[in-house]
Structure formats: structure tokens, C-alpha cells
Design a protein around this ligand. Structure first.
Ligand code: PEP
Length: 250
């Protein structure tokens, strides 16, 4: 059985005091949620505050990015061992905003994923098609291409520790959620690619999250699809009550 991951991506929102305020109400609202893993990924500067604020709770903390070199003259970058040393356990890799605005590629996704795993972080690797690619019927090909470039070069042992997030770019921050059927079809394509490369056990075990305008009122129908193993939530993860309603979707 795949345990769902309910993850929040705060993007570039909240400062340290707003971070502390979030957890002072959120932790209690999700304290009974044993059906899933709960992850919040704040901006780097808030990670230590978030780790402190969630000690002893069932909430884990992640970063939103990393650089694959351990240390060096790379101004503005943060490495996987640095993130791990804060007590954070997860990291988002290859989010579409990073691909779109910061030039990330399937090759950098692969390097970052390896770096995360070497530091003991759990990567959430994002894939997803643009609206133009969906409209031209290229969704499956795009997803398989992102899998082939970013994830297929991993060893089976490395791949076993990865969580995939399917995030159709046209659904991120737009209010346009993929229907549960559209999302599930994409998850089936991705799980099929995993099956082909890593075999049945890996395909049955890998958790594939859906992301793109997930809200308290649509999470249940998405989570009802057997191939959807959790959600990656942007805007709706910023409010403690709202995100707790997503976590407690049952
Ligand atoms: C995201 O940032 O990964 C995301 C899915 O954003 P939103 O939920 O706001 O669409």
C-alpha cells in the first residue's frame, strides 16, 4: 500500500514570523492525520524556523530547490547537505516554475535528484506538460521524455526513494484543476514508464502526487483515483485551516 504524501509548496511566500504563526495553528489541526505523510516546503530562509516549529509533530519540512555541488563558489546557491543539516527531510526538484524561469532541464533535475539522495533527502521530482503540449496531443510523450531524462538514469536503489509529482503547467496557480480523470490518465502514463524501466515492484511502490490548483473542495475526488498517491499544493497550502482540510480529506 502506498502511503499518501500531502505536500505544500509555499513558493516565495511568508517570512520567518509568518512561518512560526502558520505552524502554531497547523500542527494541532493535522495531529490526528496518520493516513498520510505531511510535508511543508517553505522558502530557504524559513526552513530552520519551520523545522523548529514542527519538532515532535507529524509534519516534515522540505526545501524547494538545491544545487548539486556540495559547497563552493556558487553565489546564491544552497546545497543538499546544507538543507539536510537544518533538519529538513525533503526537497522539491524540477518544479515547472524553476524549469520556466530558471532554466532547469531534465539533466539538472537528474543531477539535483542524485545530490538530494546522497545527502539523505527525499526528492519530490516534478514533471508536467504545457497547455500547448496538451492541446497538440503530446502529453504522454512529454511526460515520458521528462521521466527518461530526469529519472530513468537513476539506479533502482536511488529511484526507490523518489516521489514524483505530476503537475500540468496549465493547472498551476490558474484555478484550472485537471479533472480526476485527466490527472489519473497522466499518472497511468508515468507509472507505465516506471514499470518499463524499473519493473513491477518499483511501479507499484512509487508515489505519484498530483499538483495544480488543488483545493479543499476538489482534493477528495482527486484522491479517489487509485493512481493518485497524494498532492503537491501551492496557493492553498499557505492557510493553515485550508491546508489542514486538504490533509484531512478523508
Ligand atoms: C505548485 O506550486 O506546485 C502548485 C501546484 O501550485 P497551485 O496549487 O497554486 O496551483
Amino acid at each position: 500500500m502506498r502511503k499518501p504524501v500531502m505536500a505544500g509548496n509555499w513558493k516565495m511566500y511568508k517570512n520567518p514570523s509568518e512561518t512560526a504563526a502558520f505552524f502554531s495553528s497547523f500542527n494541532a489541526l493535522v495531529a490526528q492525520a496518520s493516513h498520510c505523510e505531511i510535508v511543508i516546503c517553505p522558502p530557504f530562509v524559513n526552513v530552520p524556523t519551520a523545522v523548529d516549529a514542527t519538532k515532535g509533530s507529524n509534519v516534515e519540512i522540505g526545501a524547494q530547490n538545491l544545487y548539486w555541488v556540495k559547497e563552493g563558489a556558487f553565489t546564491g546557491e544552497v546545497s543538499a547537505p546544507m538543507i539536510q543539516a537544518t533538519g529538513a527531510q525533503w526537497v522539491i526538484i524540477g518544479h515547472s516554475e524553476r524549469r520556466q524561469y530558471f532554466g532547469e532541464t531534465d539533466e539538472s533535475v537528474y543531477k539535483k535528484t542524485v545530490a538530494a539522495l546522497e545527502a539523505g533527502l527525499k526528492p519530490i521530482v516534478c514533471v508536467g506538460e504545457l497547455l500547448s503540449q496538451r492541446e497538440s496531443g503530446a502529453t504522454a510523450e512529454v511526460l515520458k521524455g521528462q521521466f527518461t531524462g530526469g529519472l530513468a538514469p537513476l539506479t533502482p536503489e536511488q529511484f526507490a526513494k523518489v516521489v514524483i509529482a505530476y503537475e500540468p503547467v496549465w493547472a498551476i496557480g490558474t484555478g484550472k484543476t485537471a479533472t480526476p480523470e485527466i490527472a489519473a490518465d497522466a499518472h497511468i502514463v508515468l507509472r507505465g514508464a516506471v514499470r518499463e524501466k524499473f519493473g513491477d515492484a518499483a511501479a507499484d511502490a512509487v508515489r505519484i502526487l498530483y499538483g495544480g490548483s488543488v483545493k479543499p473542495d476538489n482534493v477528495k475526488s482527486l484522491m479517489a483515483k487509485p493512481d493518485i498517491d497524494g498532492v503537491l499544493v501551492g496557493g492553498a497550502s499557505l492557510d493553515p485551516k485550508g491546508f489542514s482540510n486538504i490533509v484531512n480529506f478523508l
